[in-house]
Design a protein around this ligand. Structure first.
Ligand code: C6P
Length: 414
């Protein structure tokens, strides 16, 4: 169990300046919404500051000193991210976020590779970002969508997986559910999808911030994620793709930087990864994502996972007595198959009212459908309250959440 006097944890908390700022009501900030976006450590903030103060220049163009430094740092950050996921730098494409990375694959790969009658297999857990692009692909190509079902505990039902995989050209699956925290058993699913001949895309938006990811060991064809959920800035994300697939795909967006040669009537395209990076890139944020990755590596992803698992176990223990008072906790109640997310409803208090009461105590949670409307409909929930953890959370944050629930019970006379 986590000790609050853990010096490593204390050091981590000290790295996040926002956590030292009281709210306007004078409360300690208890940030339990890292699944929406994570807070940023000093190292990341300083990287952004240094770029703009010391070497702001466009990349791949200027020959002067600060432009060369900007290019080196930008490509250096790509190499750091590549090492973090065990990929080659050419296989790491900068995007704005996970959503844009999925859309890149939907337009560049799926629109060409899929045909009428082909099947896209996804799951009932997906975030809209890993569902709506495939609905549009199905409309464009005549492919159909099929779903791996989810059970009442929020776990995927794999009993009929081989039948579900028949005729499947694309498996698009989340690594971790943003609404329930479920870690999908990719190690069991991907080999069977591979044997069935499917191309595999993993939505890693909630996976890579919390779990060690080795894309080669995972054997996904595409793995996408957002920098802002893993201590990096907003506006920068990654599409990892296997080199042979990326080589064969046409460009998604066209313009500067992605070309080799242009004539008035035609153009040829740059090598990987730049073929997919049209226009001036998000230079500062890419460099700062490199710093975020280094920060996570210094902590150690095993420590990150163990810390969040302990915190989840502690949370479930502290929330258990509320269940007899009308608290419904959703998702797997087993920290070994769940990432740091707890979704719940408390008696008949609307999730938004609960979030507002917690806000008065400085506690930040998310309430609503979490961009998983089909999952909410299937489960029969109009909204849930969601607390999500990261490296800087402590048992004191969980205790604050519990005190906040007691306050809500008083306000609503439960
Ligand atoms: N989920 C949440 O509060 P972007 O917006 O592209 O950075 O991430 C999209 C996305 C894709 N997949 C999963 C599993 C996600 O959780 C998210 C973002 C946030 O749950 C914001 S809706």
């Amino acid at each position: 169990m986590i000790a609050l006097d853990d010096t490593k944890l204390a050091r981590v908390i000290g790295d996040f300046p926002i956590l030292a700022r009281p709210t306007s009501r004078g409360k300690r900030l208890v940030y339990l919404d890292s699944a929406a976006t994570s807070q940023k450590p000093n190292a990341v903030i300083e990287t952004l500051d240094t770029y703009y103060r010391e070497y702001n220049a466009n990349i791949h163009r200027g020959v002067y000193e600060i432009a060369a430094r900007a290019t080196d740092e930008f490509e250096g950050a790509r190499a750091k991210v590549a090492r973090f996921i065990n990929a080659a730098p050419q296989e790491v494409i900068w995007t704005r976020n996970a959503t844009e990375a999925i859309n890149l694959v939907a337009y560049s790969w799926a629109s060409n590779a899929l045909h009428p009658g082909d099947v896209i297999l996804t799951t009932e857990l997906e975030h809209h970002s890993n569902l709506v692009p495939w609905q549009l692909v199905a409309q464009r190509t005549g492919a159909t969508l099929r779903f791996i079902p989810v059970d009442a505990r929020g776990e995927l039902v794999l009993d009929d997986l081989d039948a579900l995989l028949e005729g499947v050209k694309l498996l698009a699956i989340t690594h971790v559910s943003n609404t329930l925290g479920t870690i999908t058993p990719l190690e069991r699913i991907i080999p069977r999808a591979r044997a069935a001949g499917a191309t595999i895309l993993v939505d890693g938006a909630q996976g890579i911030p919390h779990l060690a990811v080795d894309v080669r060991a995972l054997d996904a064809d595409f793995y996408v994620f957002s920098g802002h959920k893993m201590l990096g800035p907003t506006g920068i994300g990654v599409l990892y793709g296997k080199r042979a697939l990326l080589e064969a795909m046409p460009p998604f967006l066209a313009g500067g930087d992605m070309i080799r040669n242009v004539e008035y009537g035609r153009a040829s395209f740059n090598d990987l990864p730049w073929k997919f990076e049209a226009g001036t890139s998000n230079i500062a944020d890419a460099i700062a994502l490199g710093t975020a990755v280094e920060y996570l590596q210094t902590l150690g992803m095993d420590w990150v996972r163990a810390h969040e698992r302990d915190l989840l176990a502690y949370t479930l223990e502290r929330l258990a007595p509320f269940e007899s008072r009308g608290l419904a906790i959703y998702g797997p109640k087993d920290p070994s198959i769940s990432s740091g997310v707890v979704s719940f409803n408390f008696a008949d208090i609307h999730a938004h009212d609960l979030a507002s009461i917690l806000d008065t105590e400085g506690i930040c949670i998310r309430a609503g459908h979490h961009c998983t409307m089909p999952l909410m409909d299937k489960m029969g929930w109009s909204a849930t309250a969601r607390a999500s953890f990261y490296v800087y959370n402590t048992t004191a944050d969980v205790d604050a959440l519990v005190d906040g629930l007691e306050k809500a019970a008083r306000v609503f006379k439960l």
